[in-house]
Write a protein that binds this ligand. Structure first.
Ligand code: ZN
Length: 108
């Protein structure tokens, strides 16, 4: 296959697929030897979809809004995500910015 990004040559490899930071497994992909872009094959995409659904994390990205409480801003965590992470009120977390457009929340 020819890489649609840079026209380099791709090689069929097994690559790890992660979705929302969850490792879904290793699947067939065409990997460009020039730019490193990874293209999962069509059958791999089907397997990935099935796996994500099986794990209950399909369509996991949720929109949320920043709200205001007292002196601080609050980010609402959608129920599906807090359930998946077993988050409870009072749980200690670490928040750090990653660049200007991303916040990483780590659960202690
Ligand atoms: Zn490429």
């Amino acid at each position: 296959m020819e890489c649609p990004m840079c026209n380099g040559k791709t090689e069929r490899k097994k690559k790890l697929y992660t979705y929302s930071g969850v490792k879904l497994g290793v699947f067939d992909a065409d990997v460009c030897s020039k730019c490193g872009e990874v293209f999962f094959t069509e059958s791999a995409s089907d397997e990935i979809d099935a796996k994500a659904k099986e794990m209950g994390i399909w369509g996991f990205e949720k929109k949320s809004k920043i709200t205001y409480s007292g002196n601080s801003l609050m980010v609402r965590i959608p129920n599906a995500i807090s359930k998946f992470l077993s988050l409870k009120k009072g749980r200690e977390i670490t928040i750090r910015p990653e660049g200007k457009k991303k916040i990483v929340v780590e659960i202690s």
